[in-house]
Design a protein around this ligand. Structure first.
Ligand code: ZN
Length: 593
């Protein structure tokens, strides 16, 4: 072990020497970034500490990882600890069959008799999201909703699974850890390896979004309150009513049947449409490999990416359909081969794109839901950054070495095209009639995007703001407020409907206390701002003239996609956009301007 650490130390000293030598300026920017990133990461892992400080750093790091594990375990155990049995059929009236099946299955797993059926119950509600989420949205019994809601927001906050103590301990240790490394707050240490230039910039962005969303979120709540009244609620809306009436209002306003929409999205047509968009934007051609390629499943296909001269520059595998028996859920892009140089030849990058689309039935192709189409575009965006990189150094080529508040830029950028009417129409062809998606359905899909968007926005902002506050201004041993009071205070400044005083959501906020998102939760919004702003550059062309779109696409390719991790992400963004990111396009896309 000592040998390895000695080697790492030697390597680190060597890198610093290069950084301070006269030859530094002769390196390419990508080469400099390889070295800068390595030095930064080594520093953040305490390489420069010696003696007592080093021992302390190691001891704190170890303790923190134990606490994070303990935090997660408590969340899991507290989740398992709660369940609600429903036996009265009126209490599940009108609930979706998918929920009833899950609740019946949960009951059978717990009970020895195993006599539940989805139709007749009994049904078991748990605090796992797939169970309590739909229960709060559809459960007709208000008292039961309240019970489930209260249990969910006080989860892991009392008794043997209480996380309160873990939270104070984690925050205390983190503030000691960052001061050992010379940072005055943990949030400053977190942004040191991110695109955000400093904590002020993060707060400025979150506050700007909050200022714009507060009034609309209050209006949305008032609208919902009015609507609930028409449905017979003679009381103020409580937190356990919000998902329920939101769902009813959504259904009344723009319900479209997912099945009806799916008839228009045939997977091969969607894929062709995506490829022609990519051709238009980035002037690359995508062709299916005609020679036999070894694959891990018969549904997997292999495609080549060719430049304007027909030269192969990248390739990808795509594994499109859901296979619950041997494939996990979700969707992802993975690196198969990185771009690099070998004996004077460029190694072409290869990506894996894995989705879980609805599989084909009978002789029909796969018919995709709109969400599946968006997801395909999202993963393809990650894939493009990997495949169209022009950087030859593996650790900063493509998505490698991209700061993680910037890594969702190309993926979410591609998702935006799914709301561009001409593009979306190009993806559609009805399975029986061959007709394009009717305007009416397009309008519903695009209005659903902004439905109650201010409420969703302020909720995410609350998480981001509390995360920064706790890691930037708060030290448990020096503060007169508890973490829960901090959460309440910021919630009052942010949300339209203030959480219950006994709300202990922080006790199950695993992202920041157990999942590596400490002082990083803001990244979600940061990346959305970047991607919406990048898309708005295309909107500014009017999105009608192909030449203008091509020019802008070329610029995006030469900057964001080509440079990837090989340049400072703010510089990359500015090279594309000509200025720093603005929040206005995200607010506009969310219907808040
Ligand atoms: Zn992503």
């Amino acid at each position: 072990m000592a040998y390895v650490s000695h080697r790492v130390q030697k390597f680190f000293e060597g890198l610093k020497k290069i950084q301070n030598s006269a030859s530094w300026t002769q390196l390419t920017r990508a080469q400099q970034r390889v070295i800068e990133n390595q030095i930064r990461d080594n520093r953040l892992s305490g390489i420069e500490l010696t003696g007592e400080a080093k021992d302390q750093f190691n001891a704190i790091s170890k303790e923190l990882s134990k606490l994070a594990q303990g935090f997660s375990n408590n969340v899991m155990d507290a989740t398992k600890d709660f369940s609600l049995t429903i036996e009265n059929i009126d209490d599940v009236k009108g609930m979706p069959f998918s929920f009833l099946s899950l609740a019946s299955q949960s009951w059978n797993q717990k009970s020895k008799e195993q006599s539940s059926t989805p139709e007749k119950g009994p049904w078991l509600v748990t605090l796992d999201y797939p169970s309590f989420g739909p229960f709060l949205q559809h459960g007709p019994n208000r008292e039961l909703r309240e019970k489930v809601y209260r249990s969910s927001v006080t989860k892991a906050s009392k008794g043997k699974f209480d996380n309160s103590h873990h939270i104070t301990k984690i925050l205390e240790l983190k503030s000691q850890l960052c001061s050992l490394l010379g940072y005055s707050t943990y949030a400053e240490m977190s942004v040191a390896s991110k695109m955000a230039p400093d904590v002020d910039a993060v707060e400025k962005l979150l506050n700007e979004l909050r200022d714009a969303s507060r009034k609309p979120s209050r209006d949305e709540l008032a609208e919902l309150q009015k609507f609930a009244k028409t449905k017979g609620l003679n009381d103020d809306l409580k937190p356990w009513d919000v998902p329920y009436y939101s769902e009813q209002l959504r259904t009344e306003k723009f319900d479209y049947s997912e099945d009806e929409v799916r008839q228009y999205f045939q997977y091969p047509v969607v894929l062709e449409g995506l490829f022609s968009l990519v051709k238009l934007l980035f002037n690359v051609k995508i062709e299916k490999e005609t020679k036999p390629v070894e694959v891990w499943h018969k549904d997997v296909a292999f495609y080549n990416v060719l430049d304007a001269d027909g030269q192969k520059i990248a390739a990808f595998y795509i594994d499109p359909y859901s296979r619950p028996e041997n494939k996990r859920g979700g969707a992802w892009m993975n690196v198969c081969i990185d771009r690099g140089q070998s004996k004077g030849n460029t190694i072409t990058p290869v990506a894996y794109l894995v989705c879980n689309n609805t599989p084909p039935v009978g002789n029909n192709p796969s018919l995709m839901t709109f969400r599946e189409v968006e997801t395909l575009f999202h993963e393809f965006g990650h894939g493009l950054q990997h495949m169209l990189t022009t950087v030859d150094h593996v650790s900063v080529a493509g998505i490698n070495g991209v700061e993680w508040d910037a890594v969702e830029l190309p993926s979410q950028f591609m998702e935006n095209w799914c709301y561009h009417k001409d593009t979306l129409m190009g993806l559609t062809k009805h399975i029986e009639t061959n007709k394009k998606l009717p305007d009416e359905l397009f309008d519903k899909i695009s209005s659903a995007r902004t439905f109650l968007s201010a409420s969703a926005m302020v909720r995410q902002l609350l998480f981001g703001l509390v995360d920064i506050e706790l890691h930037h201004r708060y030290t448990p041993s020096k503060s007169s407020e508890s973490v829960f009071e901090v959460n309440q205070r910021i919630a009052k400044e942010t949300l339209a409907l203030v959480p219950l005083p006994e709300d202990r959501f922080l006790c199950s906020f695993s992202h920041i206390f157990a999942g590596g998102y400490s002082a990083g939760y803001y990244s979600y919004k940061w990346a959305e701002v970047l991607s919406a702003d990048a898309f708005s550059a295309f909107e500014e062309t009017g999105l009608k003239n192909d030449d203008e779109i091509r020019k802008m696409g070329h610029k995006f390719k030469e900057t964001v996609l080509s440079l990837g991790g090989g340049e400072d992400p703010m510089k990359v963004f500015k090279a594309f956009r000509g200025r720093e990111p603005k929040t206005e396009p995200l607010l506009r896309h969310s219907g808040l301007l």
